[in-house]
Design a protein around this ligand. Sequence first.
Ligand code: CP
Ligand code: NVA
Length: 327
Amino acid sequence: MNLKGRNFLTLLDYSKEEIEYLLELSAKLKEKKKKGEPTLVHSGKNIALIFEKTSTRTRCSFEVAANDLGMGSTYLDPKASQIGKKESIADTARVLGRMYDAIEYRGYGQEIVEALADNAGVPVLNGLTNEFHPTQLLADMLTIKEKFGRIEGIKFVYMGDARYNMGNSIMIACAKMGMHFTACTSKKYFPNEMLVRECERLAKESGGSITLTEDVAAGVAGANVVYTDVWVSMGEPDEIWEERINDLTPYRVTMDVMNMAGENAVFMHCLPAFHDLNTETGRVIKEKFGLDEMEVTDEVFESGRSVVFDEAENRMHTIKAVMYALI
Ligand code: CP
Ligand code: NVA
């Protein structure tokens, strides 16, 4: 499998076999890391890391992975660079492409990461846009493989805002890999129809399926994975909290939901999560709306069914695999 020089913008661009290859490579690199074996395959190379939105996991994964592969990395935040304000994305791409062997971008519209890819001449890797979060899905699928020994046939239920980066990316991953995807949320938050149609077509080929439902009991019955994400994503206005709380509280992941899902179901979340009052935002929401927890209860988050920190660790191993294979 040769993926050298490819961009990593959305999983729509990758075949089932290519995704399987990246997951196998991730598992191998994880094993090597645990054994302390070096993987310095990209010595002397460099990656630029553009973050127009904040990050803990993705940034640290890229930096640690770069170091483990023998690469240098440069972190660029919007305040400390010319990007967007004084220099266009196309010009930035042409400059960075002369100095770096790859560029990671986290920020707003998918068209920005596409413009970078069109102009950089080196691989561009999507570290999250409004529309997609493809490296997160590699980590999630590696975690599922570790927990269930397989990906194909897994029933994957997503609760919350299914129109945004996580809902879209999970639906695509399920459609490509033969998993059964359910968006279990209010109609208003179903993914966009065109993407649903495209995923239904892909699911037919892979043996997966796409279901959209507002019914929690029917939606989660028989689930292997119950997944949720924050109700308000980065870049969305604070004014939207009230509406989201009203619309999405019925789709909070509680222990009742996990019990409806079945004994073997695991809880997943890309993180960060609002499950207690130990965050600034969590405390503001408590003051304004009286909620102690949001998309997931603390009971579920802290339970033995929660695999969220395995997912978080796997961000690094899977991002390393992408860099290993594409650069
Ligand atoms: N899951 C994820 O992308 O986390 P960060 O926002 O911390 O990078
Ligand atoms: N939907 C979230 C994902 C964070 C990893 C956001 O975009 O903020």
